[in-house]
Each structure stands twice: as C-alpha cells, then as structure tokens.
Design a protein. Structure first.
Length: 325
C-alpha cells in the first residue's frame, strides 16, 4: 500500500491507542508485520507549546520508520503549526484525529466533534497540508451522532483538501458505543474517494481482518485493541491473506520473550516504577495467551519493581509451560 509518497511493505497497520501505543509496543507490532504504526494522539496546542510530556509521548525509535504522528485540534492555524513540528521531529506521515469519542475532547470541538462539520475539517486539513512536507492523513468516524452518517462527505472534503488517505472507524462518536461497527460505511467511503481507505473497528481475530477486506473493498486494515496482548495478530492475518491458512500462536517461550521485551521498553521509556506499573495493564492482556497467565496476572497487580516482575515471570511463566490453546 502506498500513502502519498510513502510506500508501505504491507497493508496492515497499528492504530493509535492512548496509553498503549508507545514505542515499546509499536516496535513489537512492526516486527510481527504491521507496515505502519501511529503514535498516541497529542493535542496540537500542547505540541505547539512544546510541553515536555507531549514530546515524550511522541518519542520513537530509529527503526520505526515509516511512522505517523497523530494530532487533534479544532483550529486550522494551530493544527498547521503542529504538523510543521511533526515534520521537524522526523515523522513520515501526519495524521489528524477526527474520531476521538471522549467527552472532554468533544466538548473542545476536537476529535469526533469534527465529524459534525466536514467544512471546518476541510479547512483544518488544507492548513495542515500547506505546512507539511510529508503526507497528511485523517482518521474519521461514521459521524458524531448516532444515525447521522457524515463519513462520506468528510472523507471527500478531506481528500479534496489534500489528505492522501482516510482511516474509517464506522461507529459514531456519541450514542452508539455499545453497537457493532457498520462496515458498510467503510465500503461507502471507499467508493466515494480515490485515496487509500483503511478500515478500522470490529477486528478481533485474523479472520476478521480477511472479512473486512472482502466485505468493504478497503485498501488496508488498522488493528487496534485486537493487537493488545497479542501483537502476533499481524503475522497471523498476513499469513491468512497470503496462503489461506491461519498461522498458529507463537510458542510459549516466544510469548515470554515478547512480554519481557515490552516490559524492558516501558521501563526504559518511563523508569522502573512507572514502567512496571504501566506493564500491569499490558500483562492482563498477554495473560490470556499464556499458560498460568491468570496466576501471573494476579501476581503482578501490585508490584512496582523490576525484581518483583522478573520473579513473577520466572515463577509462573517458566520453561515448563506449554502454549495456550
């Protein structure tokens, strides 16, 4: 898949998720076959002010290219300045978040609130494109309010303003969080624009990835929560698409190594105590695929040191364990 001037090695991408898609996890997903990863979203206003915590969220490693940086904003000038800064930081793509459903974000007119005003979103995208030397993309939802689909118009306007790809999550920002995503909306957007359309939402397994391609005609699939705790889903989906056969879950020793690599990355990024605490949230997802995973997860719920974490790994995830079914 090609996104503007950026050629990707495949058509499966890792979607951004707050508190999850920092570089330790992104690198693992890339190694398993994610052709592109996007940073956790940051507010353009905080990036323009160069707030240290915001810059920290945008940390990435040299081997992550191509990589996209994602911002949210309701102000064209602010978004344009933030796009220019992402260029300075070396990102290969700049992504505008038009889909975040959090209440405080909607109240600020950002994220999913932009679905309500395709015309204003068009102005924001145009301003970003004018300041960015790298391709600009957008992540959109079905619409802001349940039953009012604006994704097709929003995608058309964004592409007309210079966006070179559109990622579509076919749920509404408000009023439909518990409803399944409507993949027909992805298909509608695909028919409406000439730029690549990436589908997102409702992916739980590699089989879902294949089904999304088949049912929507999308150019790529962005995997989010389904990759948390099982980054090998990219390898499985890629193998299924290529051969028609579903590759098995990696063996227990590989899962253990992935867990330890992720943990080491988090402590390198955040320090021992915070990194260990953050790994608790990750461990409960890895535990689902690990023999003795439940016992391991219970053991790490209150620890905050590397010594205690490694002790739990050795005790519950040792070489004698076998792959989960």
């Amino acid at each position: 898949m090609r996104i503007g001037s950026v050629a990707l090695a495949g058509n499966l991408t890792l979607a951004p998720m707050a508190a999850y898609t920092s570089w330790p996890f992104r690198r693992i997903c890339r190694r398993f076959g994610a052709a592109l990863a996007t940073t956790e979203v940051v507010k353009a206003r905080d990036l323009v002010r160069r707030i240290p915590a915001t810059l920290h969220i945008l940390d990435y490693q040299p081997d992550e290219h191509p990589i996209a940086g994602q911002i949210m904003s309701a102000d064209p000038a602010e978004a344009a300045e933030a796009a220019a800064i992402l260029n300075e930081l070396g990102f290969d793509l700049v992504d505008l978040n038009c889909g975040c459903p959090k209440r405080r974000i909607l109240t600020d007119g950002m994220g999913g609130a932009l679905s309500e005003s395709p015309e204003h979103t068009e102005r924001i995208v145009a301003a970003m494109v004018a300041r960015s030397k790298v391709p600009v993309t957008v992540k959109i939802r079905a619409g802001r309010y349940r039953g009012k689909v604006t994704a097709v118009e929003l995608a058309r306007r964004a592409a007309g303003a210079g966006a070179v790809a559109v990622c579509v999550h076919p749920r509404f920002a408000e009023g439909a969080a518990t409803l399944p995503p409507d993949w027909t909306i992805i298909a509608q957007v695909k028919r409406a624009v000439s730029v690549p359309v990436i589908g997102n939402g409702g992916i739980h397994t590699a089989l879902d990835v294949r089904r999304m391609f088949s049912e929507t005609g999308c150019d790529g699939v962005a995997i989010a929560q389904a990759a948390v705790g099982k980054p090998w889903i990219f390898m499985q989906a890629e193998g299924l698409l290529r051969t028609g056969e579903l590759p098995p879950v990696p063996p227990q020793e590989t899962l253990r190594a992935i867990l330890l690599e992720h943990y080491a990355g988090l402590t390198a990024l955040h320090g021992e105590r915070r990194g260990t605490i953050m790994m608790r949230k990750q461990s409960c997802h890895y535990a689902k695929a690990l023999v003795n995973g439940k016992k391991f997860n219970l053991a790490v719920t209150k620890i905050s040191s590397t010594a205690d974490f490694l002790r739990a790994v050795e005790e519950y995830l040792g070489p004698a364990a076998t792959p989960a079914s």
